[in-house]
Design a protein around this ligand. Structure first.
Ligand SMILES: Nc1ncnc2c1ncn2[C@@H]1O[C@H](COP(=O)(O)OP(=O)(O)OP(=O)(O)O)[C@@H](O)[C@H]1O
Length: 630
């Protein structure tokens, strides 16, 4: 293949410019992290080489001792981080270092406020990576050669971090990547052996690769000999009682490329028929692309300390895609391929065991550290709600972890568990009542809640997008069935007194004629008209069939271009309401029809549905208002 030798100047993608600016300004107080990020990248590059070399050992080029070196030059004011990992070719450098390929990036940047403290948090969600070099450097030179290519295929990338970079083909005999940081004025503290070792030991002690620095002679001058400065043993392989909290946290920051502490973790060694170790972390902040379906999973697979692959989807179900960490098997073959992973009993067992551990960890948090659980739920609750639909076997355990807003505490915060709900159920109450709506306020103000408020029966208020899906997979919890208060026939007779029931029957009897008139006025726009036992303050509401999708969801799907089968609603009316009484007295057939339709239309609107002919609705409403004011 011909080698292009020209040097060219390329512009960073706009987002990269923004990222750089933000990073330099908001992460300055955390500036040590640049070294951890560059070492993590170097370590990932070695892992990738080790994996590719399983099928092509020639990639090692007779140098299979993977390592990372950190060096500095006081006179030149540079720090150099070198690895003999996979390296990159020209296209890969452009792809990986000049662009951010993650979807949702643009949207992410639009959320930034310009306020440094807030944005520093957001940048953490994004992951800082290679660009963190520019926190301390005003020029960065990266020289790299991909494993398996010849020396003349070296690539040199250089930038001052302001908007453009140069790219040049160079001779580079050494395989892997070398990153040289030309330090900014005032950053000389890093031109110090002790300081660099301290940062490495704080952040990178337990990555399973040796990190080397030059040995120093008696005059404290660098020699040509190198020594390992980290423990270089896999943290997860050590016994739990020998690992400190800080070591666990530092390791998390390395595997997760996060700069905040994790919320919790679980570390287990499984022995017996099958042997593996898992070290799994719950982050304290959700990444910005948590809802991107293509977002890579965060658990790395190792076989006997050798990295096999990143984000192995088979190791965690989708609803636990935010979990970060490592699973290290003693039984899988080293040359395990993605295909083998797809259907492998050992993998299935490790996954089932690890899911149990994570659910157990979350249960422990919920019980013993409610504040932390609250943080967890705020960040990841919506993803956990995908659980019951996805993981049938564990659905009771997942259901226990769910938290909801409810009429009990009148707050949008999701804090009520199903166990709390069951403990507060009224005598005679057999069902767990809930409502789904487009927003918390729509749920809270729904006319369907009127009778429940009157009787003091708690209703769970569900307004996350995933809730309708969740409730189509949750049928019961601890033997109590779930019941939407907006769907199907409502029977609260067992909770009330026998007199109430008799009273209801009487009202129904008396309103029979009215119900008939409304039914014939609306014709086939409704499946049925009946007297409502849910309403106390509103004149009417719409009730859907048990199996129907809520109106606001139907609306959303329609907007997204889906065909939604529509079934006709049931209209319930409240004969005690003054408007309905007024309607009953109306003799003019046309007006009776118009007003009946208004009852139907306001029911649809209250459900978050959309009217076929909104202008006609407004005209009818105005007529009614005029008539009533006369
Ligand atoms: N030392 C290296 N050797 C080989 N490839 C590298 C090296 N450093 C970076 N890269 C490539 O550049 C990409 C971008 O690196 P960067 O650190 O910005 O992000 P990341 O590591 O993918 O994720 P994060 O933002 O979470 O740190 C990496 O995914 C990798 O493909």
């Amino acid at each position: 293949m011909a080698v292009e030798h020209h040097k060219e100047t390329l512009e960073f993608q706009t987002e990269v410019k923004q990222l750089l600016h933000l990073m330099i300004h908001s992460l300055y107080s955390n500036k040590d992290i640049f070294l951890r990020e560059l070492i993590s990248n170097a370590s990932d590059a070695c892992d990738k080489l080790r994996f590719e070399a399983l099928s092509d050992p020639s990639l090692y080029e007779n140098d299979a001792e993977l390592r990372i070196r950190v060096d500095f030059d006081k006179a030149a004011r540079t720090i150099t981080i070198t690895d003999n990992g996979i390296g990159m070719n020209r296209e890969e450098v452009i792809q990986n270092i000049g662009t951010i390929a993650r979807s949702g990036t643009r949207e992410f940047f639009s959320k930034l406020s310009g306020e440094q403290s807030k944005d520093a948090n957001l940048i953490g969600q994004f992951g800082v990576g290679f660009y963190s070099a520019f926190i301390v450097a005003d020029r960065v030179t990266l020289t790299t050669r991909r494993a398996g290519m010849t020396a003349e295929h070296g690539v040199r990338w250089e930038s001052d971090g302001s908007g453009a970079y140069t790219l040049e083909t160079v001779e580079h005999p050494a395989r892997g990547t070398e990153v040289v940081l030309h330090l900014k004025e005032g950053e000389d503290e890093f031109l110090n052996d002790w300081r660099l070792r301290q940062v490495i030991q704080t952040y990178s002690d337990h990555i399973p690769l040796p990190i080397e620095m030059r040995k120093r002679n008696e005059q404290d001058e660098p020699t040509d000999e190198w020594e390992v400065v980290n423990k270089a043993s896999a943290l997860w392989a050590r016994p739990r009682n020998e690992i400190s909290e800080d070591e666990y946290k530092a390791f998390y920051k390395h595997v997760a490329h996060d700069f905040q502490d994790p919320l919790a973790w679980t570390h287990n060694r499984v022995e017996g028929n099958q042997e593996y170790i898992s070290l799994l972390y719950v982050p304290s902040k959700a990444p910005f692309d948590l809802f991107d379906r293509d977002q890579p999973h965060g658990v790395k697979l190792y076989v006997r300390r050798v990295f096999i692959m990143d984000g192995a989807e088979k190791l965690m179900p989708r609803y636990l895609r935010f979990i970060r960490g490592v699973i290290d098997s003693s039984d899988l073959p080293l040359n395990v391929s993605r295909e083998i992973l797809q259907s492998n009993k050992l993998i299935d067992n490790m996954r089932a065991g690890s899911v149990k551990k994570v659910l157990g960890l979350l249960e422990g948090l919920a019980k013993d550290e409610p504040e932390k659980y609250k943080t967890f739920w705020t960040e990841f609750g919506r993803v956990m709600k995908e659980g019951p639909g996805e993981d049938y076997a564990n659905r009771e355990q997942i259901a226990k972890l769910l938290r909801f807003a409810s009429t009990e505490n009148d707050s949008a915060e999701q804090t009520v568990s199903l166990e709390d709900y069951i403990n507060r159920m009224k005598p005679g109450q057999e069902k767990i009542y809930f409502i789904t709506a487009e927003s918390y306020n729509a749920a809270r103000h729904s006319p369907h809640l009127e009778i429940f408020r009157k009787k003091g029966i708690e209703v769970l208020l569900l307004s996350d997008r995933v809730d309708e899906w969740l409730m189509s997979h949750l049928f019961e919890f601890q033997g109590k069935a779930f019941q939407s208060v907006a769907k199907g026939d409502l029977d609260l007779s067992k909770i009330g007194s026998p007199e109430e029931k008799a009273e209801q029957e009487k009202i129904e009897q008396e309103a029979k004629g009215l119900v008939e008139r409304i039914k014939s006025a609306l014709g086939d726009e409704v499946a049925e008209v009946r007297v409502s036992h849910r309403l106390t303050d509103s004149p009417s509401c719409i009730v859907l069939n048990e199996q129907d999708m809520a109106l606001y969801m139907q609306q959303m799907l329609k907007r997204a271009g889906h065909d939604v089968p529509v079934s006709k609603p049931v209209l319930e009316v409240n004969p005690g309401h003054p408007l309905v009484k007024r309607l009953e007295a109306e003799q003019d057939g046309e007006r009776f029809g118009d007003w009946s339709r208004l009852l139907l239309e306001q029911g649809v609107l209250a459900e978050g549905g959309q009217l076929e002919d909104p202008a006609a609705f407004v005209a009818r409403l105005n007529q009614l208002m005029l008539a009533l004011s006369r």
